[in-house]
Design a protein around this ligand. Structure first.
Ligand code: JFZ
Length: 460
């Protein structure tokens, strides 16, 4: 077994994420569970909780970092932070609108925070009164409303659940300012961590798998102190209650797919199922001051880049305390959605590139990146995805010279532009096939050319 661990600074603390990659033969039950996940490619992440009220500011002072980490960054005592619940009243929340947005955006699944590190449940819970129904004036179970809205539109729904960090509970990991240091590695109980797991986290995961219909996946996160045994208890709950529910790569024991680091897109393809969780600006939970939006063009590139490497893109929005997804996020997502309506064949159900040279190359001078790994110099001119008998070349800029299709053994049958099915003339000379892109490119964001070949798969 190879253990891939990446370290990253989150807030003020060091977190480790491990994903175990076992080079064993694929488990057919797991592959069956993963079928839909491998096809959908693009999902909406939603980080929503009490932290949307301070929105990056505490006691009139800007608190830097991720919006949902404010309790930790500003070391807000539980007794203080709890008061936010009495003010949480997102009267503009409308589950149907959110699902409609995901649909318009071309996203095929939604993952929402059911409980983030702050410990506040965004659903009715019998095991802790610290939840949206029992502790807020709003009193509505937003997860239930979202589950109903998703069911109506055939949108798959998954729940993020912070299994280890819970800053509200003395036993949960992470709250050192109220409760002192976490349980040490010597396993001497400094804090009643297992009591928290058994009395809050595990029963809440059971609740999530009971009252909300079929759950597409549970997105566990930051597995501090998650020994394989502790992780397995969660896996057993999920498997026994909803055997089709996927487990992400951050439980602390083997899940169904690999989660990359936040906003990290791997340099190369992988046939293993994987997902990049990513922000649309620089925060997950809403911050009033973060307007560093990625453009629709950047998002389209990242999506195609990810799909051409065999992964999924889980792109986040952070709704406000009123229950509104920020307008810039909506506009950006809908612009990408309009592109996908025309060009979605290159994405949904498509597989990774049969080539690879187009992605870029490692620095020949042996340079290292910030993580100390070999520096990869990406190329961004084009990407390719594939389906049986078809290659989808997506161009992000106009190739200056005739475009040369990488050498394949299959006979090429023809080529056309996906958006309008306009045929493209192919030239074959001494075994090399080229075409000229029509100018100007039809779409300033990206233009897809479909090349049809004989046979199902590319032979090289
Ligand atoms: C975690 C959370 O702490 C954060 O608030 C957010 O919910 C995000 C999606 O997940 O942060 C992480 C977890 C793992 C890595 C980076 C940030 N990682 O593996 O690089």
């Amino acid at each position: 077994m190879r253990r891939v661990a990446s370290w990253i600074l989150v807030g003020a603390s060091l977190v480790t994420i491990g994903a175990t990659q076992a080079p064993k033969s694929p488990d057919p039950v797991k592959e069956k569970r993963l079928e839909w996940f491998r096809d959908v490619k693009y999902g909406m992440f939603i980080h929503w909780g009490l932290y949307a009220i301070p929105a990056g500011e505490w006691n009139g002072k800007r608190s830097l970092g991720l919006g949902e980490w404010i309790m930790n960054r500003a070391q807000i005592p539980v007794k203080e932070y709890e008061k936010l619940a009495t003010k949480f009243n997102p009267v503009k929340f409308n589950a149907d609108d959110w699902v409609q947005l995901a649909h318009d955006a071309g996203m095929k699944y939604i993952v929402i925070t059911s409980k983030h590190h702050d410990g506040f449940a965004m659903f009715k819970s019998k095991v802790s009164p610290y939840n949206i129904v029992d502790a807020t004036p709003f009193k509505r179970d937003v997860l239930k409303e979202l589950a109903d809205a998703c069911a109506k539109r055939n949108m798959r729904l998954g729940f993020y659940y912070s299994q280890s960090q819970d800053w509200h509970e003395p036993g949960g990991a992470g709250n050192t300012w109220d409760f002192g240091p976490d349980q040490g590695p010597d396993q001497k109980e400094l804090k009643p961590y297992d009591k928290y797991l058994r009395e809050k986290a595990e029963p809440q995961v059971r609740e999530l798998l009971t009252g909300y219909g079929p759950i597409a996946l549970i997105w566990f996160d930051t597995p501090r102190m998650m020994t394989p045994e502790r992780g397995q208890r969660f896996a057993d709950i999920v498997r026994s209650m909803q055997p089709n529910t996927l487990i992400d790569g951050r439980l602390g024991t083997e899940g169904d797919y690999r989660s990359t680091g936040d906003n990290v897109i791997p340099a190369e393809s992988s046939t293993e199922a994987w997902e990049t969780p990513a922000t649309i600006n620089d925060t997950w939970g809403f911050r009033a001051d973060d307007t560093n939006w990625k453009s629709p063009g950047q998002i389209t590139f990242k999506l195609i880049d990810i799909v051409s490497k065999g992964g999924n893109y889980l792109l986040n929005v952070g709704p406000t305390a009123e229950g509104v997804i920020p307008q810039p996020s909506q506009d950006i997502l809908r612009t990408v959605g309009r592109w996908l309506k025309v060009n979605g064949d290159a994405v949904y159900g498509a597989q990774h590139s049969p080539f690879g040279d187009e992605l870029g190359e490692y620095s020949a001078r042996g340079a290292k990146d910030v993580r100390g790994q070999k520096l990869f110099l990406p190329q961004t001119e084009w990407r390719v995805t594939t389906k049986p008998g078809k290659l989808y070349f997506t161009f992000f800029s106009e190739p200056r010279t005739p475009f040369e299709i990488p050498a394949i053994k299959n006979r090429i049958r023809g080529a056309y532009r996906l958006a309008d099915h306009a045929p493209l003339e192919l030239k074959t000379e001494s075994g090399k096939t080229t075409f000229n892109m029509p100018r100007p490119m039809l779409d300033p964001m990206a233009t897809v050319v479909v090349v049809e070949f004989e046979g199902e798969r590319i032979e090289r």
